[in-house]
Design a binder for this molecule. Structure first.
Ligand code: PLP
Length: 362
Protein backbone atom coordinates (compact mmCIF):
# COMPACT_ATOMS: atom_id res chain seq x y z
CA UNK A 1 0.00 0.00 0.00
CA UNK A 2 1.33 3.41 -0.94
CA UNK A 3 2.11 5.48 2.13
CA UNK A 4 0.74 8.99 2.42
CA UNK A 5 2.77 11.59 4.20
CA UNK A 6 0.26 13.07 6.60
CA UNK A 7 2.76 14.30 9.21
CA UNK A 8 2.44 17.83 7.94
CA UNK A 9 -1.36 17.64 8.28
CA UNK A 10 -1.06 16.48 11.88
CA UNK A 11 1.22 19.41 12.61
CA UNK A 12 -1.24 21.83 11.03
CA UNK A 13 -4.13 20.75 13.25
CA UNK A 14 -1.86 21.02 16.29
CA UNK A 15 -1.21 24.65 15.37
CA UNK A 16 -4.86 25.58 14.85
CA UNK A 17 -5.12 27.58 18.03
CA UNK A 18 -1.60 29.02 18.01
CA UNK A 19 -2.01 32.80 17.73
CA UNK A 20 1.65 33.26 16.83
CA UNK A 21 1.17 31.47 13.54
CA UNK A 22 -0.33 33.04 10.43
CA UNK A 23 -2.48 30.18 9.35
CA UNK A 24 -3.31 30.18 5.64
CA UNK A 25 -3.35 26.39 5.65
CA UNK A 26 -6.56 25.41 7.25
CA UNK A 27 -9.87 25.44 5.42
CA UNK A 28 -12.33 26.78 7.93
CA UNK A 29 -14.45 29.89 7.42
CA UNK A 30 -13.62 32.91 9.60
CA UNK A 31 -17.23 33.64 10.57
CA UNK A 32 -19.32 32.43 13.49
CA UNK A 33 -22.55 30.52 12.97
CA UNK A 34 -25.61 32.80 12.61
CA UNK A 35 -27.19 33.82 15.95
CA UNK A 36 -30.24 31.53 15.68
CA UNK A 37 -27.96 28.56 15.00
CA UNK A 38 -25.71 29.34 17.96
CA UNK A 39 -28.77 29.73 20.18
CA UNK A 40 -30.11 26.32 19.12
CA UNK A 41 -26.72 24.77 19.90
CA UNK A 42 -26.57 26.27 23.39
CA UNK A 43 -30.18 25.50 24.31
CA UNK A 44 -30.06 21.95 23.07
CA UNK A 45 -26.81 20.98 24.70
CA UNK A 46 -28.53 21.84 28.00
CA UNK A 47 -31.60 19.89 27.02
CA UNK A 48 -30.35 16.53 25.80
CA UNK A 49 -26.96 14.85 25.53
CA UNK A 50 -28.14 11.36 24.63
CA UNK A 51 -28.14 9.33 21.41
CA UNK A 52 -30.37 10.08 18.43
CA UNK A 53 -31.59 7.70 15.72
CA UNK A 54 -28.60 6.32 13.79
CA UNK A 55 -29.53 8.03 10.53
CA UNK A 56 -30.23 11.37 12.24
CA UNK A 57 -33.31 13.16 13.60
CA UNK A 58 -36.32 12.80 11.34
CA UNK A 59 -36.96 16.55 11.32
CA UNK A 60 -33.41 17.22 10.15
CA UNK A 61 -33.53 14.56 7.45
CA UNK A 62 -36.80 16.05 6.18
CA UNK A 63 -35.27 19.55 6.13
CA UNK A 64 -32.24 18.24 4.24
CA UNK A 65 -34.49 16.46 1.73
CA UNK A 66 -36.48 19.68 1.20
CA UNK A 67 -33.27 21.67 0.71
CA UNK A 68 -31.96 19.12 -1.79
CA UNK A 69 -35.23 19.18 -3.72
CA UNK A 70 -35.65 22.92 -3.88
CA UNK A 71 -32.02 24.10 -4.17
CA UNK A 72 -30.22 21.22 -5.83
CA UNK A 73 -33.09 19.55 -7.75
CA UNK A 74 -32.15 16.20 -6.21
CA UNK A 75 -34.69 13.68 -4.91
CA UNK A 76 -32.48 12.67 -1.97
CA UNK A 77 -34.69 9.64 -1.35
CA UNK A 78 -32.52 8.50 1.56
CA UNK A 79 -30.53 10.78 3.86
CA UNK A 80 -28.02 9.80 6.56
CA UNK A 81 -26.65 12.47 8.89
CA UNK A 82 -22.93 12.06 9.53
CA UNK A 83 -20.08 13.60 11.53
CA UNK A 84 -19.18 16.08 8.80
CA UNK A 85 -18.52 15.43 5.13
CA UNK A 86 -15.35 13.66 6.25
CA UNK A 87 -17.32 10.79 7.74
CA UNK A 88 -19.67 10.81 4.76
CA UNK A 89 -16.70 10.32 2.40
CA UNK A 90 -15.18 7.59 4.55
CA UNK A 91 -18.45 5.66 4.95
CA UNK A 92 -19.35 5.95 1.26
CA UNK A 93 -15.97 4.62 0.17
CA UNK A 94 -15.96 1.83 2.73
CA UNK A 95 -19.48 0.82 1.69
CA UNK A 96 -18.83 0.76 -2.05
CA UNK A 97 -15.15 0.02 -2.61
CA UNK A 98 -13.26 -3.12 -1.81
CA UNK A 99 -9.64 -4.26 -2.04
CA UNK A 100 -8.62 -4.48 -5.67
CA UNK A 101 -11.32 -2.12 -6.96
CA UNK A 102 -10.48 1.28 -8.43
CA UNK A 103 -11.55 4.84 -7.89
CA UNK A 104 -10.99 7.79 -10.22
CA UNK A 105 -10.00 11.20 -8.84
CA UNK A 106 -9.55 14.51 -10.62
CA UNK A 107 -6.19 16.11 -9.97
CA UNK A 108 -5.53 18.16 -7.84
CA UNK A 109 -7.84 16.57 -5.28
CA UNK A 110 -8.77 16.90 -1.61
CA UNK A 111 -6.34 14.56 0.18
CA UNK A 112 -8.99 12.51 1.96
CA UNK A 113 -10.21 11.10 -1.39
CA UNK A 114 -6.86 9.32 -1.65
CA UNK A 115 -6.30 8.64 2.03
CA UNK A 116 -9.40 6.46 2.44
CA UNK A 117 -8.68 4.28 -0.64
CA UNK A 118 -5.12 3.83 0.65
CA UNK A 119 -6.48 2.54 3.95
CA UNK A 120 -8.79 0.16 2.08
CA UNK A 121 -6.23 -1.14 -0.41
CA UNK A 122 -8.17 0.45 -3.28
CA UNK A 123 -6.29 1.68 -6.36
CA UNK A 124 -6.48 5.30 -7.46
CA UNK A 125 -6.48 6.54 -11.02
CA UNK A 126 -5.86 10.23 -11.43
CA UNK A 127 -7.16 12.42 -14.23
CA UNK A 128 -5.19 15.56 -14.93
CA UNK A 129 -6.33 19.04 -15.83
CA UNK A 130 -6.34 19.94 -19.52
CA UNK A 131 -6.18 23.66 -20.22
CA UNK A 132 -7.28 24.19 -16.63
CA UNK A 133 -10.36 21.98 -16.96
CA UNK A 134 -11.02 18.38 -15.79
CA UNK A 135 -10.31 16.11 -18.75
CA UNK A 136 -13.44 13.98 -19.08
CA UNK A 137 -12.19 12.16 -22.17
CA UNK A 138 -9.12 11.02 -20.24
CA UNK A 139 -11.44 10.03 -17.39
CA UNK A 140 -13.47 7.72 -19.63
CA UNK A 141 -10.30 6.19 -21.01
CA UNK A 142 -9.14 5.35 -17.46
CA UNK A 143 -12.23 3.26 -16.70
CA UNK A 144 -11.50 -0.47 -16.43
CA UNK A 145 -13.47 -3.53 -15.30
CA UNK A 146 -12.40 -2.79 -11.76
CA UNK A 147 -13.44 0.85 -11.63
CA UNK A 148 -16.32 1.34 -9.20
CA UNK A 149 -16.39 5.02 -8.34
CA UNK A 150 -15.51 8.49 -9.56
CA UNK A 151 -15.22 11.38 -7.12
CA UNK A 152 -16.25 14.87 -8.19
CA UNK A 153 -15.77 17.95 -6.04
CA UNK A 154 -17.31 21.10 -7.46
CA UNK A 155 -16.43 23.77 -6.41
CA UNK A 156 -13.14 22.04 -5.81
CA UNK A 157 -10.55 22.08 -3.09
CA UNK A 158 -7.73 23.02 -3.71
CA UNK A 159 -8.04 24.55 -7.20
CA UNK A 160 -11.47 26.20 -6.94
CA UNK A 161 -12.76 24.65 -10.16
CA UNK A 162 -16.51 24.92 -10.73
CA UNK A 163 -17.80 22.37 -13.23
CA UNK A 164 -20.10 23.79 -15.87
CA UNK A 165 -23.52 22.31 -16.54
CA UNK A 166 -22.12 20.75 -19.72
CA UNK A 167 -19.22 19.14 -17.85
CA UNK A 168 -21.53 17.77 -15.15
CA UNK A 169 -23.90 16.33 -17.75
CA UNK A 170 -21.03 14.75 -19.68
CA UNK A 171 -19.61 13.28 -16.47
CA UNK A 172 -22.96 11.80 -15.45
CA UNK A 173 -23.47 10.28 -18.90
CA UNK A 174 -20.14 8.47 -18.58
CA UNK A 175 -21.06 7.28 -15.07
CA UNK A 176 -24.40 5.88 -16.27
CA UNK A 177 -22.92 4.32 -19.39
CA UNK A 178 -20.34 2.37 -17.35
CA UNK A 179 -22.61 1.66 -14.38
CA UNK A 180 -20.32 3.43 -11.92
CA UNK A 181 -21.02 5.41 -8.76
CA UNK A 182 -20.39 9.15 -8.70
CA UNK A 183 -19.47 10.51 -5.27
CA UNK A 184 -20.27 14.21 -5.40
CA UNK A 185 -18.76 16.31 -2.62
CA UNK A 186 -20.57 19.65 -2.59
CA UNK A 187 -19.32 21.23 0.65
CA UNK A 188 -18.34 24.48 -1.15
CA UNK A 189 -21.62 24.82 -3.07
CA UNK A 190 -22.22 28.37 -1.78
CA UNK A 191 -18.74 29.61 -2.73
CA UNK A 192 -19.23 30.21 -6.45
CA UNK A 193 -18.00 33.49 -7.99
CA UNK A 194 -18.31 35.48 -11.21
CA UNK A 195 -22.04 34.71 -11.48
CA UNK A 196 -21.37 31.01 -12.14
CA UNK A 197 -23.86 28.40 -10.87
CA UNK A 198 -23.35 25.30 -8.78
CA UNK A 199 -24.88 22.27 -10.51
CA UNK A 200 -25.48 19.06 -8.56
CA UNK A 201 -24.90 15.92 -10.65
CA UNK A 202 -27.56 14.11 -8.57
CA UNK A 203 -30.25 15.92 -10.54
CA UNK A 204 -29.34 13.95 -13.66
CA UNK A 205 -28.80 10.41 -12.36
CA UNK A 206 -29.68 7.91 -9.62
CA UNK A 207 -26.10 6.70 -9.56
CA UNK A 208 -24.91 9.72 -7.56
CA UNK A 209 -24.16 9.87 -3.84
CA UNK A 210 -24.41 13.51 -2.77
CA UNK A 211 -22.32 14.65 0.17
CA UNK A 212 -22.60 17.97 1.94
CA UNK A 213 -21.89 19.53 5.31
CA UNK A 214 -22.64 22.46 7.59
CA UNK A 215 -18.94 23.23 8.11
CA UNK A 216 -18.24 25.69 5.29
CA UNK A 217 -21.67 27.27 4.78
CA UNK A 218 -22.72 27.79 8.39
CA UNK A 219 -19.35 28.15 10.12
CA UNK A 220 -19.40 25.24 12.56
CA UNK A 221 -16.79 22.75 11.31
CA UNK A 222 -15.87 21.63 14.84
CA UNK A 223 -19.44 20.56 15.59
CA UNK A 224 -19.08 17.86 12.96
CA UNK A 225 -22.26 17.75 10.96
CA UNK A 226 -22.71 16.58 7.41
CA UNK A 227 -24.81 14.18 5.40
CA UNK A 228 -25.02 11.77 2.54
CA UNK A 229 -28.04 11.52 0.25
CA UNK A 230 -29.10 9.36 -2.66
CA UNK A 231 -31.09 6.32 -3.69
CA UNK A 232 -31.68 3.69 -0.97
CA UNK A 233 -29.70 1.16 -2.98
CA UNK A 234 -26.60 3.35 -2.61
CA UNK A 235 -27.23 4.85 0.82
CA UNK A 236 -28.41 1.77 2.81
CA UNK A 237 -24.92 0.19 2.79
CA UNK A 238 -23.52 3.57 3.93
CA UNK A 239 -25.93 3.64 6.88
CA UNK A 240 -24.57 0.24 7.97
CA UNK A 241 -21.02 1.63 8.07
CA UNK A 242 -22.15 4.85 9.77
CA UNK A 243 -23.85 2.79 12.51
CA UNK A 244 -20.68 0.97 13.40
CA UNK A 245 -18.52 4.05 12.88
CA UNK A 246 -20.05 6.94 14.84
CA UNK A 247 -23.49 5.60 15.89
CA UNK A 248 -25.09 9.04 15.49
CA UNK A 249 -24.22 12.73 15.25
CA UNK A 250 -24.56 14.94 18.36
CA UNK A 251 -28.13 16.03 19.13
CA UNK A 252 -27.24 19.71 19.67
CA UNK A 253 -25.42 19.89 16.32
CA UNK A 254 -28.41 18.33 14.58
CA UNK A 255 -30.78 20.82 16.21
CA UNK A 256 -28.47 23.66 15.13
CA UNK A 257 -28.54 22.29 11.59
CA UNK A 258 -32.35 22.34 11.60
CA UNK A 259 -32.16 26.07 12.46
CA UNK A 260 -29.48 26.63 9.81
CA UNK A 261 -31.72 25.22 7.11
CA UNK A 262 -34.48 27.67 8.08
CA UNK A 263 -32.28 30.69 7.24
CA UNK A 264 -32.95 32.86 4.21
CA UNK A 265 -30.55 32.41 1.31
CA UNK A 266 -29.10 35.88 1.80
CA UNK A 267 -27.70 35.10 5.26
CA UNK A 268 -24.60 33.88 3.42
CA UNK A 269 -22.21 36.73 2.63
CA UNK A 270 -20.20 35.71 -0.40
CA UNK A 271 -19.09 39.26 -1.13
CA UNK A 272 -16.47 39.40 1.66
CA UNK A 273 -14.90 36.20 0.31
CA UNK A 274 -15.01 37.54 -3.23
CA UNK A 275 -13.26 40.75 -2.16
CA UNK A 276 -10.43 38.74 -0.59
CA UNK A 277 -10.25 36.48 -3.65
CA UNK A 278 -9.87 39.48 -5.95
CA UNK A 279 -7.31 41.11 -3.73
CA UNK A 280 -5.14 37.94 -3.59
CA UNK A 281 -5.44 37.63 -7.38
CA UNK A 282 -4.32 41.21 -7.82
CA UNK A 283 -1.28 40.67 -5.58
CA UNK A 284 -0.26 37.41 -7.26
CA UNK A 285 -0.73 38.97 -10.72
CA UNK A 286 1.34 42.00 -9.73
CA UNK A 287 4.23 39.71 -8.84
CA UNK A 288 3.77 37.39 -11.82
CA UNK A 289 3.00 34.36 -9.65
CA UNK A 290 0.99 31.63 -11.42
CA UNK A 291 -2.09 29.96 -9.98
CA UNK A 292 -5.24 28.16 -11.09
CA UNK A 293 -8.00 30.76 -11.54
CA UNK A 294 -10.34 30.15 -8.56
CA UNK A 295 -13.96 30.07 -9.72
CA UNK A 296 -15.13 28.75 -6.36
CA UNK A 297 -14.28 27.63 -2.79
CA UNK A 298 -11.79 29.77 -0.79
CA UNK A 299 -8.35 28.65 -1.82
CA UNK A 300 -5.54 29.52 -4.20
CA UNK A 301 -3.56 26.68 -5.77
CA UNK A 302 -0.28 28.43 -6.46
CA UNK A 303 2.51 27.11 -8.68
CA UNK A 304 5.98 27.29 -7.14
CA UNK A 305 9.48 26.50 -8.35
CA UNK A 306 10.70 24.37 -5.49
CA UNK A 307 9.72 21.30 -3.53
CA UNK A 308 6.46 22.33 -1.81
CA UNK A 309 7.20 20.52 1.47
CA UNK A 310 10.60 22.22 1.69
CA UNK A 311 9.03 25.58 0.87
CA UNK A 312 6.23 25.03 3.41
CA UNK A 313 8.78 24.22 6.12
CA UNK A 314 10.80 27.32 5.26
CA UNK A 315 7.66 29.45 5.47
CA UNK A 316 6.77 27.85 8.77
CA UNK A 317 10.09 28.98 10.20
CA UNK A 318 8.76 32.48 9.35
CA UNK A 319 5.51 31.70 11.16
CA UNK A 320 3.45 31.24 8.00
CA UNK A 321 1.53 28.03 7.58
CA UNK A 322 0.53 26.90 4.05
CA UNK A 323 -0.40 23.51 2.59
CA UNK A 324 2.15 21.77 0.37
CA UNK A 325 0.57 20.71 -2.93
CA UNK A 326 1.76 17.13 -2.40
CA UNK A 327 -1.23 16.69 -0.07
CA UNK A 328 -3.52 17.16 -3.08
CA UNK A 329 -1.97 14.62 -5.40
CA UNK A 330 1.39 13.86 -6.77
CA UNK A 331 2.91 17.23 -7.51
CA UNK A 332 6.18 18.85 -6.71
CA UNK A 333 5.06 22.19 -7.99
CA UNK A 334 2.34 23.81 -5.91
CA UNK A 335 1.13 25.05 -2.55
CA UNK A 336 -2.37 25.90 -1.39
CA UNK A 337 -3.36 28.93 0.63
CA UNK A 338 -6.77 29.63 2.13
CA UNK A 339 -8.24 33.13 2.20
CA UNK A 340 -10.93 32.20 4.73
CA UNK A 341 -9.14 34.39 7.27
CA UNK A 342 -9.41 38.06 8.23
CA UNK A 343 -7.95 40.65 5.85
CA UNK A 344 -5.05 41.57 8.14
CA UNK A 345 -3.91 37.95 8.50
CA UNK A 346 -4.25 37.44 4.77
CA UNK A 347 -2.20 40.52 3.91
CA UNK A 348 0.53 39.64 6.40
CA UNK A 349 0.65 36.04 5.14
CA UNK A 350 0.89 37.11 1.50
CA UNK A 351 3.68 39.53 2.32
CA UNK A 352 5.75 36.77 3.96
CA UNK A 353 5.02 34.39 1.08
CA UNK A 354 5.98 36.82 -1.65
CA UNK A 355 9.11 38.08 0.08
CA UNK A 356 10.22 34.50 0.62
CA UNK A 357 9.55 33.39 -2.96
CA UNK A 358 11.53 36.31 -4.35
CA UNK A 359 14.35 36.02 -1.84
CA UNK A 360 14.90 32.38 -2.69
CA UNK A 361 15.21 33.32 -6.39
CA UNK A 362 18.01 35.79 -5.79
C1 PLP B 1 -13.61 19.10 -0.36
C2 PLP B 1 -13.85 18.84 1.08
N1 PLP B 1 -14.68 17.86 1.43
C3 PLP B 1 -14.92 17.57 2.73
C4 PLP B 1 -14.32 18.29 3.74
C5 PLP B 1 -14.59 17.92 5.16
O1 PLP B 1 -15.59 18.73 5.68
P1 PLP B 1 -16.28 18.44 7.07
O2 PLP B 1 -15.81 19.50 8.01
O3 PLP B 1 -17.74 18.56 6.79
O4 PLP B 1 -15.91 17.08 7.51
C6 PLP B 1 -13.44 19.34 3.42
C7 PLP B 1 -12.77 20.10 4.48
O5 PLP B 1 -11.87 20.87 4.28
C8 PLP B 1 -13.20 19.62 2.06
O6 PLP B 1 -12.37 20.59 1.68
Amino acid sequence: MQKLNTNYLNRITEMLQDDNIINLAVGQPDFKPPASVLKAMKENIEKYTGYTPFQGLEELRNSIRNKLRSENKIKGEKVVVTAGAAEAIFDSMLAHLDRGSKVILFFPYYGRYAEVPHLLGVKIHTVSLKNGRPDLFEMERKITKRTRMVVVNSPSNPAGIVYSKGEIKQLVEIIDKHNLILLSDEVYEKYVYDGKKHISPGRYSDRVITINSFSKTYGFPGLRLGYVAGDSELVDPILKIHRSNTTCSPYASQMAAIEALKLDHDFFDLSSFDRKRRSVMQTLDDFGINYVYPEGAFYFYIYVDKDPVKLSNELLSKKLLVMPGSLFGDTKKAIRISYAVNVKTLERGLEILIKHIFKSLI
